[in-house]
Structure formats: structure tokens, C-alpha cells
Design a protein around this ligand. Structure first.
Ligand code: SF4
Length: 290
């Protein structure tokens, strides 16, 4: 396998073989993101992708999952993507799932028939960043999608029965918009009712427009306690049919996991307890001595 630059994948794809089918991110404008700033977006030639797959077959005896990178590989045409997936299935008949990152606009530009076709070939999961459900926040961070578009894209994936994993970024509204960020994000999650809800916490990457806003004083980072209050507000307002909830990324202040709605009360209790500990240092001391 040949890779260009740093390659990113969702935590749940840690054991997947990563196949770079596109380079960079076609949008590449989010003010908080530095992941692909050093890459000029382009499609990798199909011949190079096929060569990589053939080489990988010589090296790996068993691959049960593939992840197609980079940032929004779903932007690729359905025909090309279908040919790549078919090649994976031919060379790796043991492969059980193929995953990919897709932006709301990539999803909206595919027809229901395209998505059903890709699913029938083996596309098993799409990872879509919601980031925030608030249009104010989305426009501030230049996400390139509105909350209505995000909902439409999410609902489209759910309607074709491909697994949908969504991500929200805690703290993305900063001190000024944390409440609307929490409430509107819950609203978008509820409208989609995705299979997975992941929560990351905003990390300020150097040399990003957001880092510059902080220097200028136009964006104020949410403090850890307020981030927990934001998470509490969001989780209180989540109302989904069935979703795996995870807040266990290295960026998160508090590790949370559960299946909603069954575990929602338990998760709320854990957040409330963490807030109490933060607010009452004696409780924090008691916990340290346990
Ligand atoms: S957050 Fe996603 S869509 Fe935005 S620039 Fe980064 S990779 Fe691209």
C-alpha cells in the first residue's frame, strides 16, 4: 500500500486496511481543521489503486474490513467507486465491510439508486461529520453545509440502510454559542436518528483560521466545565430510536459510552457527577483518594 501524507481514519476503523482512493479533502475550508491543508485535493488514478490492492493481497492473508480514505472519498463517481469496491470483493472475498468518509454534499449528490447499488456491492458504513446542528456555528466554521442539508443527507443514508456514523464537535460554538450548539445539534441528531453518534472535543490546531480567531479574541474556547455542561444539555435533548453513543476520543474530557435511549439516564448521571466533581473540589479529592 502506498500512502501520500498523513492518513486519517475513524477510531472504529483501527483494524481496517486503509486504501487511499482520493487525496485530501474536496472542501478543505473548515476553520478548525488542519488535516488536509497540505494536500491538493485530487482523485488517485484507478490503475494505482488497483495495483495497491493487488500488492496488498500478496502481503495480507486476511482482511475483514477496508476503509476508503481520504477526507471525503464518497465524492468519487459512483461508477469508479463501484469498480474499486468490486475489485476489493474479488481480491478479498473475506472482506465483510467497507467504510468511507462522506460529506453532506457528497451524499446529496448521489441518487438513492446509486447508494443502494454501492450498498449491494459491500459499502457498509458512511462516516459523516455533523460538527454542529447550529447554522450560526456551521457558517462561522465554514462547514459548507446547512443543518437542513446535513439532516437530508443523514436521512438519505438511513433510508438505504447503510450504517451511518455521525460526529459532533463539543465546544465548536465557543463561549458565545455553546447553548445553541448543544440544542441544535441534538435536533439534527434526532431528525436523522443515526446508528452511531460520536462526540469529539474541539482541539485548536496551530495555523488554522480558528487559531487566528482565538489570537484576535473573536473566538473564546469553552472551558472544560462548560464543555461538560454543553454535553449534558445536548445529551438531555437527544431523542433517537436506537443509537450507539460514544464520547471516548482522546480529545474528550470525560469518557462516555452507551446505547441510546436505554443508557441515556446512566450517561446523564455520569456527566452530572463529573460536573459536581468539578464544581466541588472536595468531591474531586475524595475521588482521587478512591
Ligand atoms: S472537517 Fe472534514 S470537510 Fe472540513 S476541511 Fe476537514 S476534512 Fe474537510
Amino acid at each position: 500500500m502506498r500512502y501520500e501524507g498523513t492518513v486519517y481514519r475513524p477510531p472504529s476503523e483501527a483494524n481496517s486496511l486503509i486504501l487511499q482512493v482520493t487525496i485530501g479533502c474536496a472542501h478543505n475550508k473548515c476553520t478548525f481543521c488542519s488535516m488536509y491543508k497540505d494536500k491538493q485535493f485530487r482523485m488517485r488514478p484507478e490503475s494505482a489503486i488497483i495495483e495497491d490492492l493487488e500488492d496488498a493481497r500478496q502481503v495480507y492473508a486476511f482482511v475483514d474490513k477496508f476503509f476508503l480514505a481520504d477526507g471525503n472519498a464518497l465524492v468519487m463517481s459512483t461508477d469508479k467507486l463501484a469498480r474499486i469496491i468490486k475489485k476489493i470483493r474479488t481480491l478479498f472475498p473475506e472482506c465483510k465491510r467497507i467504510g468511507i468518509y462522506g460529506s453532506p454534499s457528497d451524499i446529496l449528490s448521489k441518487s438513492i439508486e446509486d447508494l443502494k447499488y454501492l450498498k449491494s456491492l459491500g459499502l457498509g458504513i458512511i462516516y459523516m461529520g455533523i460538527e454542529s446542528g447550529s447554522d450560526q456555528v456551521l457558517s462561522r466554521v465554514k462547514k459548507g453545509a446547512t443543518s437542513d442539508q446535513i439532516v437530508a443527507a443523514g436521512q438519505k443514508i438511513m433510508s438505504v440502510d447503510i450504517l451511518l456514523s455521525t460526529m459532533v464537535i463539543s465546544g465548536l460554538g465557543g463561549e458565545h454559542l455553546w447553548e445553541t450548539h448543544a440544542l441544535e445539534s441534538a435536533k439534527v441528531i434526532n431528525a436523522i436518528s443515526p446508528d452511531y453518534i460520536g462526540l469529539l472535543t474541539l482541539l485548536i490546531e496551530p495555523h488554522t483560521p480558528l487559531a487566528e480567531e482565538i489570537k484576535q479574541g473573536t473566538f473564546k474556547i469553552l472551558k472544560p466545565l462548560d464543555t461538560l455542561k454543553e454535553t449534558l444539555l445536548m445529551v438531555k435533548h437527544i431523542d433517537v430510536r436506537h443509537a450507539i453513543f460514544r464520547s471516548n476520543h482522546a480529545s474528550n474530557y470525560l469518557t462516555l459510552r452507551g446505547t441510546f435511549p436505554e443508557d441515556q439516564k446512566k450517561v446523564l448521571g455520569q456527566i452530572e457527577y463529573a460536573i459536581e466533581c468539578y464544581e466541588d473540589e472536595s468531591l474531586l479529592d475524595q475521588n482521587r483518594s478512591l
